[in-house]
Each structure stands twice: as structure tokens, then as C-alpha cells.
Ligand binder design. Structure first.
Ligand SMILES: Nc1ncnc2c1ncn2[C@@H]1O[C@H](COP(=O)(O)OP(=O)(O)OP(=O)(O)O)[C@@H](O)[C@H]1O
Ligand SMILES: [Mg+2]
Length: 882
């Protein structure tokens, strides 16, 4: 690949001197592109011929005019209508110089070839008469204009004029430019002027070998005038049809190359085109290699910007403005490291180019320069190239056709490294992260610059003003918590620990890395010696290498979306876009959450351990799964009873003892770090399995100990028995039963009360509950009393739950009363969490005052008893039977 810069150095391409000068001085001679028929005498004819590209139309016209003048054959009247490519005035000046500078013309190789074809020894001698409507005197009628008057002096009829023309004695070539401009200035006189112009043309048609060439610009804003002008010439005998440009795009590329370059090596052009082919083939894109060679060193897509896009703007001066811009672009591209000067290589930092390409007058958009300076100029390298190309292609009136899709963007830039997808990613990232005006058209995949700030950018601006993201993060953790179900309590920065659940405590975002996490856990006292639930806590924290800032940024953007939704209430299309962005941002939040909170800190075997979580994918489900998996694989916690090693677990729980209270065993699970943690519900199931498999036995708390087989609810107040102890009791029960049966004794043996015997018989079935109303009062609710009170509430809740399963009437009522002015609070126990926080708040507010807490318990007697026992040790209580 040979860069443009290298091609300049080795002479494969050579810039014209005026472009070289512009590159050095920073000033471009504007007059170079102003072709003015009335000043054709002042033109340096040699240079003009040199810089003229003999495009098809021009060549054909030259041949026809030569034939007419030399042989009188062919048409006498020509109407030139060129839109883009061959210039009208340029053509007339060419014809002018052809006849005025005959020796020079005869020496030009391209003209010599034409003359030979036409069997002419040289350009024939002819008189040239010029009328330039732009510079004509508007106070004079057409027939009195200086160059014209002599043909009308012997009368204004067609034949009179024809005679005057023939009287010249040689062919006369009439070159008429800018008729419309002249007629417009003539006000109501234009009708007669046009009649005289027509007469002149008709007269020329009647001569032997004179010719009349006039321009009729169809691209004028004066369409009415254009139609009248064309109609006026229509009836003329031997008229020519309008000469339209055949291939404006192709003509323009050739003209531009001729005007700007002294020399372009054809071999070099071909090689560069082959290179472009390879670049595009790499991505599987087809390519018009010939077009690349034709345009070289211009990129065909740069040419297209001018011929197909800018050309539709009325105030853009077609070929002239395009040439000027291209000359500047080339002057600024002398060190370009790519073979083709493409739409991405336009230097928008350069004043002239920037002004021209952001002109509100030309492109009918006011804030183009704002768009360029905020969205394009700060970018560098590849990004800058991509943005510049997108910008040029965004200058188009129809919004749906603005910009470039990934394929065309790739072609515009022809990057040696990287794919179309890489480019697409670059642009999309820019849209997401920085751009104010760049947008993606979802319907056709084009990236383009919009006039208004895009909504995505509004979100970013709003997000920049947001400070705290805690609330937003709490929501994410809550969302995540649902993935786990009831076994797990996940909360952000929470000091509340539930021993019956696995507590995933998410450390605040700034708690990054192992050291910070340990400090955090210490501060919260999670794993301290006096912690009763060290085994139930796992601190989840952002790893050292996590992108915390990005996560935070996504959270901020989500807050911003909500803020903007309120602001734009009622604006449907804004809301739709905000919802879309909201969805994207939330997906990003989920992904970032999963990739940020990837470290676990926990207590196992009396040590703090750090483990990594590696979710398969960044979804909350996969993440939850990964957390569970990690904890299970390392035997830290189980959520599935069937995975627990029952033998080992109960061996540990019982130790040397032959029996242990279920309640104490569970407390041990929550506290000890040497056994795996089991959520309470999992533990209950585990216990049931262990009983079923005769790994342990189970007994109620009666005297003497009696085995029970059917574990329902959570088994509070029951005893777990070792295998040996269970066997011993079985033995004993069998003996007793035999005695009872044989002796027919109604009441039980020595140690048995009649009521208890009834219990044993009815084991496992719900029986009518014996109710107690239990009132416990706690005086002087102080902050430090709150903890025991909340523990009590938890016990009460458990008892209530079990009781409720059997009997819908069960209730525990909490009343909080105080001295005058204090509130009275009452709630049912399925809102125990709320009751707890109320009590906490209450204690805070009325600290040091004397208040009473009353629990009214209406439960099955055995459960009521349990609650009573629990509370007795901690608080004074009063009991009332019902
Ligand atoms: N065949 C050509 N070879 C080289 N340069 C050309 C050729 N045709 C046109 N140009 C250049 O293109 C530019 C526009 O041409 P020109 O001024 O003749 O257009 P026009 O049709 O007269 O435009 P307008 O309608 O604005 O008068 C000029 O700078 C001219 O030099
Ligand atoms: Mg012109």
C-alpha cells in the first residue's frame, strides 16, 4: 500500500502549483474557479486548455461546432444544460479560446486528434461574438447590446439579421451565457428581449455555417424563466436538443483530478484500486474497482459527497464550490498515510474547510459548527476519521438517508486493520459514552449526526449531576435477592443479620478489595467472637479489579432516565426513546453488577476467607447460581438438603452428647464456622431426612423422653438424639408398652402423667389447641434493650408460624405503650420485620423514657410454653389462661 503522501514524494501524483502554494501559504486563489465569459480575454489560454478535461459532452460539442463552421453541416443552435460536472461557462470559454487562440489550439495534442478526425488542417477562421447576461448592461434592450447591435442595424426581421451575419464574410460563433440573469433584470421588457434573442438564433440557423451556443441552466431557482427560454428556442429549425451532462458523477471526478493534479500515474491508480479491492474483499464486500482507479487519488465516496449529496443544496455552487473544497482538502492532505483521500480525511480543524462545511446558509442547519466542535474535533485518529466521514454523509436534506451504515463506513475508511464490526463498535461506544449529536437510525443501521442533542446525550448530561447511587444499588440487590428465594437474605450495607437465613451482605461500592472488605466486616462485627451468626454471613464486595466507576455510571444513568421521564411527561417520542435507553442501561447495570460484586468474604474454620464468584454469563440468575455453587462446592453452605452429608453434620452437631435441643443445634449452625451453614428451612428438611434414615432420633421434651417420628413444622423444642440414645429409648418404650398392654393399666407408669399419655396417642394429628394468653411486659425500652426484644419477636414469630399451620386462630399481638403522649402499636406477626423496625425507631425516639412492651400470645399450649420459656430468662412476664 502506497500512501498519498508517499505517492506525492515519489512523483506518482503531482499537485498543481496553486494547490502547492495553498498548502504552503494557507491561502487559495479563488479566482481560479470563477469562469466568466465576458473576461475570457484575460484568461491564460495555455493554462486553461491544460486544466480542461475533455469530457464527453464538451468533446462532442467541439466536434459539432467545428463541422458546422467548416462544412455548414449539422445543427446551428446548441442549448447547454449542465448540472454537475461540465460547466456551462467553462464550455463557452473553451469555444471562445478555440477560435481566438487558433495557433495555440492547433498545437494541443487532444485538439490535433479531433482536427485529424474531422479532416481539418486546423481550427477554421471564425468571428466570435459573446453575450454574457451577467455582465450585460440591463438598461439596454438585447438588440442594442454592444456586441449584438450591428446584426440588427439593417432591420430586426430574421432575414435582415441573417444577411447581416453573412455580411461578416466568415462564420460567426455566437456564445450566449446567463440569458436568464439578464432577462430577470429587464423587468417587463423581457418579452421583447427574448423575442430578439430568438430571432438571432433563427437567423443563425438560416446562415450557411454560423453557430449559436447558449446556456440554459435547468438547476436555476427561476424554473419559470427556464421553461420560457427553452420554449422560445423550441421551434427553431435545425435546433439542437438540450445538451445534458451524461454522467455528472464520472465527469466531476475527472474534472476535479484535472483541475487539482498536474499528473496522476495510471499504474499507481490501478494498484491503489486493487488495494481497495483487497480491503473490501476482506469483509466480503463487493467493489467497483474501475471507479476507484478513475477517481484516484480521490476516494469515490468523497466524490459522491459532492455529486450526489451537496449538489442537492441550492446554495451549494455545484462544481465550483466542490472544486474549491477538494483543492483545499488536497492541500491539507500532503502527509496523508492512506492511498485514497476519503471522506474521513477532511480536516475539519482547518478554518476554510470548517466554515464551508458548517455553513448554515448552504446546509440549512444552524448549529453545524457546534456539532463539529463538540462531537468531532475532540476525537482523535480512527475515531476522528469515522466521525468526519459520518458528518459529511449527514449533510443531506432527507433525514432517513443521512449518515452511513457499517458497510459504507468501512468502505469510506478502508482501514488496514480492524473489521467493519470493530468500526461499528467504536461508533456505538461513542454514541453511548460521549456524543451529543451522533445517533443510530435503528431502521436502516445508519449512524448520523442530528440537529438536536440526542436523548442519549441528555441522559448522560443529567447523570453527571447525580451524586449518590445507594438507593439505586439497593434496588438492584433487592432484584437479585428474588433470584435466591426465601433461604437467602441479600441486602446492601445491612447490619441486620437473620440467623435462620444465609445473609449476603453487599458491601458499599467503595469497599473494594480484600483489605477494605475485612475492615468493613470488622466494623460491622460480623465475624467477631461474640457474633451469634458468624456462619450465616457472607460479605459480597467488589474485587480489586472491578470496574466500579463504570457500574456507578450505569446506575447514575438509570436515575437520570427516571428524572427525564418525569420531565418529558406527555412527549411520546421522547418517552419511547427514554424507555429504550432505560432498558439498555438496566441490562448494563445487571451485567456490571455481576462483574463487579465478584468477591465473597466469609468465615470458615475460624478464618476469614476470600472467594471469587464466576458467573457463566452476566445475568442475575447465572450470578445467583454461581454464588450458590461456590458456597456449596467449598462446603460453606447448602441449599439443597439432599446434598448434605447427614452423618457428618449430625456427628458434629451432637459431638460427645447423646442429645441436643433442635434449637441449640440450629444456633450452633448459625454460629460455628466449622460446620456448613444451612438456612433454617433447609435444616428442618435435613433433620427430617436424618430421622427418616435413622441417623438420629427425635424426641419431644416430655419426661420421660418419648420418641417422635413425624417431624412437622420446624421442630422447635424438640431434641435430637444420637443413634445410641434413640436405640436405648426404643428399647425402653417397647418394655413399657408390653407392661401397659398386659396389665391393662389406665394411667401411665411411674413417670407419666395422664395428659401426656393422651398426647402420645394423638401424635402427628392436629388436635384441638389449648390456648394461653401470655402477656410479657418489658419496661424501660432503651436502645440496648431492643436487641433482646427483637430476638423475642423472632421466637414468637416462629411459634406463631408453626401454630398457624395447624390452627388459623393463632396470633401474637404486639402492643407498645408508654407514658402519656406515646404511641400504641399493634400488628400481627407476619409483619414481624416491620414490628421490629418500629420498636427500634421507637426506642431511638423515646430513649431513656419508661415504656412497656406487651405481647399477647394465643397459641397452642406447647408453643406458647416455649415462647414463655424463652422470654422468662430475659424479661418479667405475666400469664393469663383463657
Ligand atoms: N471540462 C472541464 N474541465 C475542467 N474544469 C471544468 C470543466 N468544466 C467545468 N470546469 C470547472 O468547473 C467549475 C464550474 O464550471 P462553470 O463555471 O463553467 O459552471 P457553470 O455551469 O457555468 O455554473 P453556473 O451555472 O454557476 O454559471 C469551474 O471552476 C470550471 O473551471
Ligand atoms: Mg456559468
Amino acid at each position: 500500500m502506497k500512501s498519498f503522501s508517499d505517492a506525492l514524494k515519489d512523483g506518482s501524483v503531482k499537485l498543481r502549483d496553486y494547490v502547492e502554494r495553498a498548502a504552503q501559504t494557507g491561502a487559495l486563489d479563488d479566482r481560479l474557479f470563477a469562469v466568466d465569459l465576458s473576461k475570457a480575454d484575460a484568461v491564460d489560454a495555455a493554462e486553461f486548455f491544460d486544466r480542461t478535461e475533455l469530457v464527453k459532452n464538451l468533446e462532442t460539442l467541439v466536434r459539432q461546432v467545428l463541422r458546422r463552421v467548416s462544412q455548414g453541416s449539422g445543427n446551428a443552435v446548441y442549448l447547454l444544460d449542465t448540472v454537475m460536472g461540465g460547466g456551462k461557462s467553462h464550455t463557452l470559454v473553451y469555444l471562445y479560446l478555440l477560435f481566438q487562440k487558433r495557433p495555440l489550439a492547433n498545437s494541443r495534442p487532444e485538439l490535433r486528434e479531433i482536427l485529424r478526425d474531422e479532416e481539418l488542417g486546423g481550427v477554421p477562421d471564425a468571428e466570435v461574438v459573446v453575450f454574457d447576461g451577467m455582465n450585460a448592461d440591463p438598461s439596454l434592450p438585447f438588440e442594442e447590446q454592444p456586441n449584438i447591435a450591428r446584426f440588427f442595424k439593417d432591420g430586426g426581421g430574421k432575414d435582415d439579421v441573417a444577411r447581416s451575419i453573412e455580411a461578416v464574410g466568415k462564420p460567426v460563433v455566437f456564445l450566449v451565457d446567463e440569458v436568464l440573469a439578464y432577462l430577470a433584470k429587464r423587468k417587463e421588457m423581457w418579452v421583447s428581449d427574448l423575442a430578439f434573442i430568438r430571432t438571432l438564433a433563427e437567423a443563425v440557423a438560416d446562415t450557411a455555417n454560423s453557430v449559436f451556443v447558449a446556456t440554459v441552466p435547468s438547476d436555476t431557482s427561476n424554473q419559470e424563466g427556464y421553461k420560457r427560454l427553452v420554449a422560445a428556442f423550441k421551434e427553431i429549425k435545425r435546433k439542437a436538443d438540450l445538451i445534458h451532462p451524461q454522467n455528472p458523477g464520472e465527469d466531476f471526478a475527472r474534472i476535479a483530478r484535472k483541475q487539482i493534479f498536474k499528473w496522476v500515474d495510471g499504474r499507481e491508480a490501478k494498484e491503489a484500486a486493487e488495494w481497495a479491492h483487497r480491503m473490501l474483499e476482506r469483509e466480503g464486500y463487493a467493489v467497483d474497482e474501475k471507479r476507484y482507479a478513475e477517481c484516484y487519488p480521490f476516494h469515490p465516496m468523497l466524490i459522491k459527497v459532492f455529486t450526489e449529496r451537496f449538489a442537492v443544496y441550492e446554495n451549494f455552487q455545484k462544481t465550483r464550490d466542490a472544486l474549491k473544497l477538494l483543492a483545499w482538502i488536497c492541500a491539507r492532505s500532503k502527509s496523508l498515510p492512506y492511498p485514497f483521500i476519503g471522506p474521513g480525511d477532511v480536516d475539519l480543524d482547518e478554518r476554510y474547510l470548517r466554515d464551508a462545511l458548517t455553513s448554515a446558509n448552504t446546509f440549512e442547519i444552524k448549529n453545524l459548527s457546534e456539532i463539529v466542535s463538540t462531537d468531532i474535533l475532540p476525537a482523535k485518529d480512527d475515531k476522528r476519521r469515522a466521525l468526519t466521514a459520518l458528518y459529511l454523509y449527514s449533510l443531506y436534506p432527507k433525514e432517513e438517508q443521512r449518515g452511513l451504515d457499517r458497510r459504507d463506513l468501512f468502505e469510506a475508511l478502508l482501514p488496514e486493520n480492524g473489521s467493519a464490526s470493530d468500526l461499528e463498535r467504536l461508533v456505538k461506544d461513542y454514541i453511548r459514552q460521549e456524543a451529543l449529536y451522533l445517533e443510530e437510525n435503528k431502521e436502516n443501521g445508519r449512524f448520523y449526526f442530528k440537529e438536536e442533542v440526542v436523548i442519549r446525550a441528555l441522559v448522560r448530561r443529567e447523570a453527571e449531576n447525580i451524586g449518590d447511587v445507594t438507593q439505586e444499588l439497593v434496588k438492584v440487590v433487592e432484584e437479585f435477592s428474588k433470584e435466591f428465594g426465601g433461604h437467602v437474605s441479600a441486602a446492601l450495607d445491612s447490619s441486620e443479620v437473620y440467623p435462620e437465613k444465609l445473609n449476603l451482605v453487599f458491601a458499599p461500592l467503595n469497599t473494594q478489595g480484600e483489605h477494605a472488605a475485612e475492615e468493613y466486616a470488622d466494623k460491622r462485627g460480623f465475624f467477631g467472637v461474640d457474633s451469634r451468626s458468624a456462619n450465616a454471613v457472607v460479605v459480597v464486595y467488589p474485587s480489586e479489579d472491578a470496574g466500579v466507576a463504570e457500574f456507578e455510571w450505569a446506575l447514575k444513568q438509570n436515575i437520570a432516565v427516571e428524572v427525564l421521564k418525569k420531565r418529558f411527561k406527555g412527549k411520546k417520542h421522547v418517552l419511547e426513546r427514554l424507555n429504550e435507553i432505560g432498558e439498555e442501561v438496566r441490562a448494563e447495570i445487571t451485567a456490571k453488577f455481576c462483574s463487579t460484586y465478584t468477591s465473597l468474604l466469609l468465615y470458615k474454620d475460624r478464618e476469614k476467607k476470600h472467594w471469587r464468584v464466576q458467573p457463566r454469563e452476566n445475568t442475575l440468575q447465572a450470578y445467583a447460581e454461581a454464588v450458590k455453587q461456590t458456597l456449596m462446592e467449598k462446603q460453606k453452605a447448602y441449599f439443597d438438603p439432599s446434598k448434605v452429608n447427614l452423618e457428618l453434620l449430625f456427628e458434629r452437631l451432637l459431638g460427645e452428647r447423646s442429645e441436643v435441643r433442635v434449637e441449640d443445634a440450629y444456633e450452633n449452625i448459625a454460629r460455628s464456622s466449622t460446620i456448613p451453614y444451612l438456612p433454617r428451612s433447609v435444616f428442618a428438611e435435613t433433620l427430617r431426612l436424618a430421622v427418616q434414615n435413622s441417623i438420629v432420633g427425635l424426641a419431644d421434651a416430655s419426661q420421660p423422653t418419648r420418641l417422635i417420628h413425624n417431624l412437622s413444622g420446624r421442630g422447635d423444642g424438640l431434641l435430637i438424639l444420637s443413634r445410641e440414645r434413640k436405640a436405648a429409648i426404643e428399647q425402653e418404650e417397647m418394655t413399657t408398652a408390653t407392661v401397659e398392654g398386659s396389665q391393662g393399666v389406665e394411667s401411665g407408669g411411674e413417670n407419666k402423667a395422664p395428659g401426656q399419655q393422651k398426647d402420645v396417642k394423638g401424635q402427628g394429628e392436629p388436635k384441638s389447641a389449648l390456648r394461653v394468653k401470655l402477656t410479657v411486659s418489658a419496661t424501660a425500652l432503651k436502645k440496648e434493650d431492643v436487641r433482646p426484644v427483637t430476638i423475642l419477636l423472632e421466637y414468637a414469630e416462629n411459634a406463631w408460624r408453626i401454630s398457624r399451620e395447624k390452627d388459623g386462630d393463632a396470633f401474637v399481638e404486639v402492643k407498645l405503650s408508654g407514658n402519656e403522649g406515646s404511641a400504641r402499636f399493634k400488628a400481627v406477626m407476619d409483619k414481624v420485620g416491620k414490628v421490629k423496625s418500629f420498636i427500634e425507631a421507637f426506642a431511638n425516639a423515646f430513649e431513656g423514657e419508661d415504656h412497656k412492651l406487651t405481647l399477647s400470645v394465643n397459641l397452642r399450649e406447647d408453643l406458647a410454653k416455649q415462647v414463655e420459656e424463652k422470654m422468662a430468662g430475659r424479661m418479667k412476664l405475666a400469664r393469663e389462661e383463657v
